[in-house]
Design a protein around this ligand. Structure first.
Ligand SMILES: [Zn+2]
Length: 371
C-alpha cells in the first residue's frame, strides 16, 4: 500500500525544464512561462498562462472540464483527454489535459502549434518564442466593498443583543475581502476598514476614482416589527414595492441624520445625481444579474429566508459608474437573526456565499465583455 503510494508520488513529481517565451507585439514586456514535465511531456500551467494571454478560465471540477476564452473564442478541454473542442470541431493535442493539485496543465503544443493555427493573425510561434497580439482585458479586476454605516452612524441596532449594523457589515466585508483576494485574485478596496463615518457620496466617489468594476454595499436590515426576517439584494432603480420603499427610506436616512439634514438630501436628489443615475442605467442589466447571482448563492448557502432581488433608489448606489448592488444580510430586529448575524461562523458563511455569487457573475460578465 505504502510503496504503491510512493511510486505514484514519484510518477506525478514534475520537474521544471526550460521555458517558453511570450512576447506581446509592439510592447516591451516579455514573459517566460516555465515548462513542466509530466509523464515525459512538456506542459504549461493555466495559472501561468491566464494572466499573460488574458484568457479567462473556468474550471468545472465535477465534469472535469476546463473552459478557456482566448481572443473572444472558447476552447473546451476535458481532463485526461487529448481532444478539445473549438468552434464545434474537435482537435487532438496528442497529449491529455492534466491536473496537478488545484491547477490544470496543457501540453506545450497548444501554444506552439494550435494557437498559431487558430489565430493566424494574433499568434505566431518561432524559435522558442510565442509572439502574440496584445490581448484586450475588460475583466473584473477591482471590486469596491462598502460596509454600510460606521462611526457616529451605527445603522440599525438589534433589539435583544443591541448588535450594531455597522459592526456586522464591516465583519462580513472583511471576510469577503480575504476570499476575493485569495481565491479570485482581484483587487479589493474598502470604503472603510474600521469604525468610521463615511458619507454616502464619498463611498461612490471612492469607487469611481479607483475605477472599480463592481460596487458591493453590505448592510443589515431592521423593522419595527420583530417577525420580518431573511436576506435580500437590491440594485438601483425606482423602488417597486412598499417594502422596498421602507428599506430605501431606512438606508437613505443617514443623509438626514448624519450628513447635514434636508439641504444634504436635496443635494443627493439634485441634478448631478439624476445625471449619474443615467450612467447607472447603462449597468442596470448587469446590476440585476449581479444581484441575482449573489442572492441565489446567499439563499442556497445560508438557508436564509429568501426575500428576493429588489429594486430601490439607494443614494449610495447612485452615481456609481459600474454594476452596483446593496445586500441586506438579515434582520437585526429579529431576535434569531440578530444572534446569527453576530456569530462569526455565520458571518464567514455569508462572506463565502456572497463570494460564490460574485465569482459566478464575474465569469459570465468577463466572458461577455472580452468577446
Ligand atoms: Zn444599512
Amino acid at each position: 500500500m505504502r510503496t504503491t503510494f510512493i511510486t505514484m508520488l514519484l510518477l506525478v513529481i514534475t520537474i521544471s525544464l526550460s521555458a517558453i517565451n511570450i512576447e506581446i507585439r509592439g510592447k516591451a514586456e516579455k514573459y517566460s512561462v516555465a515548462e513542466t514535465e509530466i509523464d515525459g511531456i512538456s506542459y504549461v500551467s493555466i495559472q501561468d498562462l491566464s494572466p499573460i494571454l488574458k484568457c479567462i478560465n473556468k474550471q468545472e471540477r465535477l465534469d472535469q472540464r476546463l473552459y478557456l476564452h482566448i481572443y473572444g473564442e472558447t476552447f473546451i478541454f476535458l481532463e485526461g483527454s487529448s481532444y478539445y473542442s473549438y468552434k464545434i470541431e474537435s482537435y487532438n493535442m496528442h497529449f491529455p489535459l492534466k491536473r496537478r493539485a488545484a491547477n490544470y496543465y496543457l501540453p506545450k503544443v497548444l501554444l506552439t502549434e494550435h494557437l498559431p493555427l487558430h489565430f493566424e493573425r494574433e499568434a505566431e510561434y518561432k524559435r522558442g518564442t510565442l509572439s502574440i497580439k496584445q490581448p484586450v482585458d475588460h475583466s473584473v479586476q477591482v471590486i469596491v466593498l462598502d460596509p454600510g454605516h460606521g462611526g457616529k452612524d451605527p445603522g440599525a441596532v438589534g433589539k435583544a443583543l443591541k448588535v450594531k449594523e455597522k459592526d456586522v457589515n464591516l465583519a462580513v466585508a472583511l471576510k469577503l475581502k480575504t476570499l476575493l483576494e485569495k481565491e479570485l485574485g482581484v483587487q479589493v478596496l474598502m470604503t472603510r476598514t474600521d469604525d468610521r463615518f463615511v458619507s454616502l457620496g464619498d463611498r461612490t466617489r471612492f469607487a469611481n476614482e479607483h475605477k472599480a468594476n463592481l460596487f458591493i454595499s453590505i448592510h443589515a436590515n431592521a423593522s419595527k416589527n420583530s417577525s420580518p426576517k431573511g436576506t435580500e439584494t437590491y440594485y438601483l432603480a425606482t423602488a417597486m414595492t412598499s417594502d422596498a420603499r421602507a428599506v430605501e427610506a431606512l438606508e437613505n436616512q443617514v443623509v438626514e441624520l448624519y450628513e447635514g439634514g434636508a439641504s444634504a438630501r436635496s443635494k443627493y436628489d439634485g441634478l448631478d445625481f439624476i445625471l449619474s443615475d443615467l450612467s447607472q442605467t447603462e449597468h442596470l442589466q448587469s446590476s440585476n444579474e449581479l444581484a441575482s447571482s449573489v442572492q441565489q448563492n446567499l439563499i442556497a448557502g445560508c438557508k436564509a429566508y429568501d426575500r428576493g432581488v429588489k429594486q430601490a433608489n439607494f443614494y449610495v448606489l447612485k452615481g456609481a459608474f459600474m454594476p452596483s448592488i446593496l445586500i441586506e444580510l438579515g434582520f437585526l430586529s429579529n431576535q434569531e437573526e440578530e444572534r446569527m448575524l453576530i456569530n462569526e461562523d455565520y458571518q464567514q458563511r455569508l462572506a463565502r456565499t456572497i463570494f460564490e455569487g460574485l465569482k459566478r457573475f464575474k465569469y459570465r460578465y468577463d466572458r461577455i465583455r472580452n468577446t
